[in-house]
Design a protein around this ligand. Structure first.
Ligand SMILES: C[S@@+](CC[C@H](N)C(=O)[O-])C[C@H]1O[C@@H](n2cnc3c(N)ncnc32)[C@H](O)[C@@H]1O
Length: 207
């Protein structure tokens, strides 16, 4: 059975992880857990988390190792990465409750199997803010949270006028020891139009 670190070493070997040392990737994954822990909910209960653009498995596998009793959907449009994720997800340290969707997040969000089912959506280096929020909104239950890893010392990238049609409201959370994050809460179900098709989102982002 591989450890989390060995799994990420494999991801690195296939160039599915960025050039930073593995320890840095792991710490950023732990940052997601710190932010999750600051939202008030019972982490011992079963929850559903969807990770957008999972790539080499950060933050999804770091979170799954910590909460193996949750269920997960990892969304990835590149075939080789999706195959890697499916292979790695079989490791019992991740709890055996991980499904991989090979395809666009915009398409997964329109699948009624996944729509409105998630307690949490995570995204790290997935896409610019308007696309990330638009792709994530339809997966969430009302009251669910989206957590996005942000560049350090960034300006506010999440304007209220852009978030309202998606049903999101910004949540201020204390920043963890490692990494910078933005949390959004789904206060209302998104307008039926969202998410639009990938071409439309890229051509005309919401902000
Ligand atoms: C820069 S990588 C980040 C991967 C991982 N989250 C990490 O931080 O190491 C972005 C990943 O998102 C995937 N991706 C980008 N847009 C996507 C979309 N619309 N639907 C599904 N996957 C997408 C890419 O194929 C890529 O693997």
């Amino acid at each position: 059975m591989k450890t989390l670190f060995e799994t990420l070493e494999n991801a690195r070997k296939y160039k599915f992880l960025g050039p930073a040392p593995l320890e840095e990737h792991l710490k950023n994954g732990m940052g997601f857990i710190e932010v999750l822990n600051r939202l008030s909910f019972d982490s011992q209960a079963s929850h559903r988390l969807i990770d957008l653009g999972s790539g080499g498995g950060i933050p999804a596998f770091v979170i799954a190792e910590k909460f193996p009793h949750w269920s997960y959907l990892l969304v990835e449009r590149k075939k080789k990465r999706a195959e890697f994720l499916s292979w790695a997800a079989e490791n019992p340290i991740f709890g055996g409750n991980i499904e991989v969707f090979f395809g666009e997040a915009e398409k997964a969000a329109r699948d009624e199997k996944f729509e409105g089912k998630a307690d949490f959506v995570t995204a790290r280096s997935f896409a610019p803010p308007p696309k990330t929020a638009e792709c994530g909104c339809r997966f969430l239950k009302k009251g669910g949270f989206m957590i996005i890893s942000e560049p350090p010392k960034t300006m506010d990238r999440w304007p209220k006028t852009g978030l309202v049609p998606l049903g999101f409201e910004k949540i201020e959370t204390k920043q963890p020891d490692f990494g910078t994050f933005q949390a959004l809460e789904l206060r209302n179900f998104p307008d039926q139009r969202y998410p639009r098709r990938p071409g439309a989102i890229n051509k005309k982002p919401l902000w």
